[in-house]
Ligand binder design. Structure first.
Ligand SMILES: [Zn+2]
Length: 271
């Protein structure tokens, strides 16, 4: 069996957590990522009959029964992942209709998966229903998006429209828009259910006064979504206090839709 340290999925996870830390999106133990893995992918590196520990998840996710995830650990710092991946990451298999997670590798200091495991797993379940190729759910605390939730209405249509107007490529990158949850207690099944509901409509979900969730087929897609929305929020904060002279009008958004073959979320643009 090949050493897991060379597994492309592990290398990618180490690179992205390091990169996100360097972006300033994951202070202290902020942020968490889960990556859906194929059984074949995992079996090249691990003996799947060797379960290290079995942990109750506290929720049901029947559609994820038997699925494998590489996931960041609770209380672990993104900045440390590259130096000790086997401590800060783990590979789990969901069993018992998702009520149990079997640890196959990682969390070698006795740790466990992220406290936001419910939001991650429920989001995976919701995304897979609308996009069977979805693999990544990613959460972090980018400063500008977070700041925006203090000064902008949390109405999803308005929030999305503002972000779309902050850069020509925004509507092309996230035509499905940005969903927004009001402040809720994190780490609970309730916020998991609420996030997953939003995830069935859009790949970006902002948690007011907390951070953002992104989902995608690849790490690049999920990261790129957050990166683009965060840049748009930064531009908004640079101009929000100034008189607005120009913007991107809805008819121009329609030109972008046509040029790039995307469809903006229903009802978010005027005709
Ligand atoms: Zn967070």
């Amino acid at each position: 069996m090949i050493g897991i340290q060379t597994a492309p999925f592990l290398v990618e996870m180490i690179r992205i957590t390091t990169n996100m830390y360097e972006h300033g999106w994951d202070e202290r133990n902020g942020g968490n990522i889960s990556m859906l893995l194929d059984e074949r992918e995992v079996s090249a590196y691990l003996d799947l009959t060797k379960v290290l520990r079995s942990v109750p998840t506290g929720f049901r996710a029947p559609e994820l029964n038997g699925r494998y995830f590489l996931v960041t650990g609770t209380g672990d710092y993104f900045k440390n992942v590259q130096y000790a991946p086997d401590v800060n990451l783990g590979i789990v298999r969901l069993t018992d209709e998702g009520e149990k997670a079997e640890l196959l590798w990682g969390f070698s200091d006795g740790g466990s998966f992220t406290s936001e495991f419910p939001a991650h797993m429920m989001s995976h379940q919701a995304r897979l229903r609308v996009d069977p190729e979805n693999r990544i759910v990613m959460h972090c605390h980018p400063a500008n998006l977070l700041a925006m939730t203090y000064v902008h209405t949390l109405d999803e249509r308005e929030f999305t429209r503002t972000l779309w107007q902050m850069g020509t490529e925004c509507v092309v990158v996230f035509p499905d828009g940005v969903s927004v949850l009001p402040w809720m207690l994190c780490g609970t099944n309730e916020i998991g259910v609420a996030t997953a509901e939003k995830m069935s409509l859009s790949r970006l979900v902002v948690w007011a006064q907390h951070g953002v969730y992104g989902a995608g087929k690849t790490m690049d897609e999920a990261f790129g979504l957050i990166e683009t929305a965060e840049k748009a929020a930064e531009i908004y904060l640079k101009i929000a206090h100034l008189p607005l002279v120009n913007t991107i009008a809805d008819f121009q958004m329609h030109l972008l839709e046509k040029r790039f073959g995307v469809k903006a979320r229903e009802g978010y643009l005027s005709d």
